[in-house]
Each structure stands twice: as C-alpha cells, then as structure tokens.
Design a protein around this ligand. Structure first.
Ligand SMILES: NC(=O)c1ccc[n+]([C@@H]2O[C@H](COP(=O)([O-])OP(=O)(O)OC[C@H]3O[C@@H](n4cnc5c(N)ncnc54)[C@H](OP(=O)(O)O)[C@@H]3O)[C@@H](O)[C@H]2O)c1
Length: 371
C-alpha cells in the first residue's frame, strides 16, 4: 500500500566523518514486508549532533549515512503485513531499533550501532538511515500511532511540540524501570540539561515529588517556574549543588525521606560528587536509575547496608512509549509554551540548526528540523 512517492527525495547525508554532511538528492526507499515509509514532518535534534557526526564523541556507526534521531511524520507506504497503521496516519518514529529475533540487540538509528555484532550488522545492512530527510524507511514496530484529533485538535499540541516526546521518553524509561510510584520523592540530577529537565517534567506528571539538583541557581529557578506554570501546585524543590559532598547530602536530606534517584550525568560531570551525596540520602531499599553515560563513584557501604538497588537503563521499552502516549493523550502534561517552545530549521540550514541545538538546551526547549 502506498501513496505516489517521488523517485528521489532530499536528505542530509554524511558520506564520511572527514567529509561531513551534504544536503542532496537520494533515491526514495520502497516499502517491503515489515516496514513503512514515513514522510517526515518534524525531526528532532540532539544538543550534541555536531559532536556525534564529527566523531568527537566516538559514537560508532557506518557511513555513508543519513543523520537523525526520532521524528514525527505520516505513513505514506507500508508492507502488506501492517495491521493497524494506515496511509496518512501521524506517527512517532522511534529511533531505537531492536533485532526481531533478539530484542536485546538494540541500537539507535543513525546515532550509535549499539556495540554488539548483531546490532552492528542490522544497522550496517538493513536499518541504517535516519530521519534528517524527507522520507525514511523504518520497521513497522518503530511507527507509534498518534491520535492526531485528540493531541493536535483537542489538546492543541503542534506536530513540532510532539517532538519533545523524544526527550521526555528517555527519563520516563528510567523512572518506569525503577517503578517510581505517585507520592514518592525522587531526586533528579543534574536537572537542568535536556534530558534531566525532561525527567523533572515526567516525574511530576507521574505524581512524584521532585527534588531537582544543579550547580546553577538561576537555571533551577527557571526550571521550577516552568514546571509550576504548567502544573500549578507541582511538588518541586530545588537544591543548588556546592561541590562539598557532605553539605550537598545535608541539603537534600533536609527534605526528608528520599525514595529514588534519576541520574543523567554527562561526561563533564565525571568528577562531580553529586551522585555520592544523593545516594547517602536514599532510604533503605531505595532505587536509583543510572542513565548518564559516565563512570560515577558510589558509596559502597551505604549501598550494601541500606539494600539499595541500581539499574542502568538505555532509552526505554516500546511499552513505555505506548504508556507515555496514553498519558499525553489523557492531558497529563502541560500544553503550549508550558510544554515546549521549539525552534525549527529547514534541512538546508542544518549547520545553524546544529549550532542552535547545542545552545538551546533545558526545560521546554528543543530544536527540530522540518524537511
Ligand atoms: N541512558 C540513555 O538512554 C540516555 C539517553 C540520552 C542521554 N543520555 C545521557 O544523559 C546525559 C545527559 O545528557 P543531556 O543531553 O541531558 O546533557 P546536557 O543537556 O548537556 O546537560 C548537562 C547537565 O549536566 C550538568 N553538568 C554539566 N557539567 C557538570 C559538572 N561538572 N558537575 C555537575 N553537573 C554538571 C548541567 O547542569 P548545570 O550546568 O546546571 O549544573 C546540565 O544539567 C549524558 O550522559 C547522555 O549521554 C542517556
């Protein structure tokens, strides 16, 4: 089943890390069993796109490759085995690709090959190209239907707003993984980055009380204001980190029982003691979701003597996406600028878009490309 597709479409192609990106015409993919072709309406940008694609972060992926991350678009063709997806249907395109015969072999399309032989093979040979293009071919299961009437006409989200899902879903994956319950107190650290601030919004929507941490008091105040504007009466407290391990522990402990931690520490925080400080505040049997890709020091005595649990989490499960979209469709998140204010760029202006994405970071802020 297919709408009429052009033989060529435009895409941002990385021929090699040394050559960099070129915006050019490439053949439009054709659908096959198990796949869909999506016309992209908004493609999300990560703040570290430049560092991914210039090789600085050392992320491993094959070239040539069309860059990109998650996207929102419409199904314009699909294999005959599609049962729910309809032509014209608005979908969230998830960048987490899992091998069908071994879902533990997963990777991030056009970002990172996942490191295993199976995931590298799948990325190299089958699902390689990303969403910085007019059209993309993706596995059927990576197209998550969105109720456009409810989300856009009913709740007033624009297609670009919906791209913020790609940030919110990541901490949702971690918080669901450690089974955060309504009414519990969770420390989010650091809470002012792209994914950390998304984690604060998600934990509030899940009914938790949040203690948000950062070194920057001004950014924390902005975060608190954004959250309270979108969710009046939201249970959010902030702590400005000092770098003094005991003082930071005392500042968090002053808020009473701490049930859980969501950690999204970046590389630059490798020497920070904030995680050690917070772990020391966790109640017996407390839980911690480690989502930051950095080696962190953890106080072993506290972990053992309090029966603490630590779980690493890469991204989220497919069921998490479905659950999250249910919450969004039920109106459990703020709307309009209390949700997100996107800055949009055409693919031709990718350099400006990447540069803006590197700066336009934090709560309710996101860069999208509109091919
Ligand atoms: N597990 C997964 O699936 C997954 C998915 C996406 C991202 N991640 C990881 O999540 C982490 C955060 O990504 P992001 O894009 O949100 O980062 P980001 O937007 O660059 O945010 C960085 C945050 O770290 C804080 N920070 C920076 N340097 C610090 C230091 N020396 N000490 C303490 N805090 C410091 C900043 O806070 P202040 O400047 O306000 O203090 C800010 O809140 C990265 O490690 C990324 O790889 C994991």
């Amino acid at each position: 089943m297919a709408f009429n597709l052009p033989s060529q479409h435009r895409a941002l192609v990385l021929e090699s890390i040394e050559a960099g990106f070129q915006f050019k015409s490439v053949p439009t993919p054709h659908p096959s069993e198990g796949s869909a072709i999506v016309r992209i309406e908004a493609s999300g940008a990560l703040s570290y796109f430049r560092e991914i694609y210039n090789g600085m972060l050392g992320y491993s992926f094959p070239t040539p490759i069309v860059g990109g991350y998650c996207a929102i678009g419409r199904i314009v063709a699909h294999g005959s085995d599609a049962t729910v997806l309809q032509l014209g249907q608005l979908v969230f395109v998830d960048c987490v690709i899992r091998a069908r015969d071994d879902p533990s072999a997963l990777y991030l399309s056009a970002i990172h090959d996942g490191g295993s032989e199976a995931s590298k093979k799948l990325m190299r040979e089958v699902w390689r190209d990303g969403t910085l293009a007019e059209f993309v071919k993706v596995p059927l299961e990576n197209c998550i239907p969105l109720d456009e009437a409810r989300l856009c006409q009913g709740l007033g989200y624009s297609v670009q707003d919906l791209m913020y899902l790609s940030y919110l879903l990541v901490p949702f994956g971690g918080l669901r993984d450690i089974k955060l319950e309504p009414g519990e107190t969770v420390v989010v650290c650091p809470a002012t980055g792209g994914f950390g601030s998304a984690g604060v919004m998600v934990a509030i929507a899940m009914g938790a009380r949040v203690i948000a941490l950062s070194r920057n008091e001004t950014k924390l105040a902005k975060l608190k204001e954004h959250v309270r504007r979108g969710t009046p009466g939201a249970n959010i407290e902030t702590v400005t980190l000092t770098g003094d391990e005991s003082a930071d522990t005392a500042a968090v402990a002053a808020f009473g029982k701490i049930d859980a931690i969501l950690d999204l520490s970046p590389h630059s925080a490798a020497k920070s003691t904030h995680l050690k400080s917070i772990v020391n505040t966790l109640r017996p049997n407390g839980r911690c979701s480690l989502m930051g890709m950095v080696d962190v020091a953890i106080p072993a005595w506290t972990v053992v003597s309090r029966n603490l649990s630590f779980r690493g989490k890469v991204m989220y499960e497919r069921n998490d996406i479905l659950q999250f979209i249910n919450m969004l469709e039920r109106g459990m998140f703020p709307r309009g600028e209390n949700f997100v204010t996107t800055k949009a760029f055409s693919l031709e202006n990718w350099k400006e878009g990447f540069a803006t994405a590197a700066e336009y970071i934090g709560v309710g802020q996101m860069v999208v490309f509109t091919p």
